[in-house]
Design a protein. Sequence first.
Lengths: 152, 305
Amino acid sequence: MTGEKTLQISAIKDGTVIDHISTANTFKVLDLLNLRSSENLVTVGMNLESRKLGKKGLVKIGGRFLTKQEVDKISLVAPEANINIIKDYEVKKKFSVEIPDIIQGIIKCANTNCITNKEPAKTKFQVVSRNPLKVRCHYCERVVGKENIEMA
Amino acid sequence: MEFKNRDIISIRDFSKDEILYVLKTAARVEKRPNPSLLRGKVMASLFFEPSTRTRLSFESAMTRLGGEVIGFAEPDNTSLKKGETLWDTIKMAEKYADVIVMRHPVEGAARHAAEAASVPVINGGDGANQHPTQTMLDLYTIMKSKGKIDGLNIGFLGDLKYGRTVHSLAIALSHFRTSLYFISPEALKMPDSYLEELDGKGIKYYEESDMLKAIGRLDVLYATRIQKERFPDPLEYKKYAGVYKLDKTIIPHVKPSLKIMHPLPRVDEINPELDGTPYALYFEQAGNGIPVRQALLSLVLGRIK
């Protein structure tokens, strides 16, 4: 399996491997998790061979496990990604990210006249379509496509 | 069906059965008015944006059922000027009233207020987003005049891009088996997101810019004003204002049973010469705001089950 081979190249003891990111989205994932300023051990691979994607990106983060909210964020910018949770050099859990039905607090409403942009309120969106990604604001009901989705 | 303490924020929150229940209740209230039904209840009428029709009809609905009204008609004299958040204003109002009716220029304001309030909130319009009681009264008007909603051909005319009454009514009608005709200039077409929603529900609709090509098939024509305030450029507004004018020249082209609706105010979309004809339904429509709002107030206050 290519996954295992890659993991062997620079295995981490404990942490998270975000695999099967389409190459173009790799840096978006880095930014999303604030990894540019992270003190953890971070390994980034790009244009790695992938049977599924042709070329793929990969991010390994030593000593960090992602929260549900972080995984949800990744699903919005890199819906194709897989997450591997590594404990003691072993893959303890492997799963594909999944866009949730309701997205709470992680993205901003693109409508400048939406109440969530006017006073303190946690944003909330219903996913109306996954491919292409379209979400409807729970408050102003505006439907926004992937190109206009901005992280909060 | 449980309506007590329920917020009325968006027509999307209502199933077909719930909509029909509101219409049935409105018919009941209209037939047998009870002037003391809401005695002892207080409605806060919070208009952060001026409105004549909606505010007056809510206040009239409440007082005719024996309830009391407090509130303001424009935000100038409130603490809003002092920078109070909507959240805090609502937290205060809920202590003074049993139900809050509000209009606000910001979209999503009513939903946000409903989350703050422990008493029911009724949305009287939030920016370009929703105006669910208008939609209920539009449906009530169609039902009352035609005796049914299923099977009708319903046309929308004018500004379909910005008109929130059009958007909400189209969504509400998607619960029924209707055919919708969207008649507008290319630049003021029904937004794609709404058309996709109708597609998803399998609703038949047609888009047309030539009014006379569609008008002959219609049972109901919902005309709207092309709103000057939506156009940043006055020249652009002039281009579209007055594109569609309904007057006696349409009569040879329409079904004798056609009913013309309009959320009002009108500018020159409907010539007053049609007012006295059997086609005109718009003033009756405005009047229907009373029983529909009375029904909603009584339901959310738990005085009608």
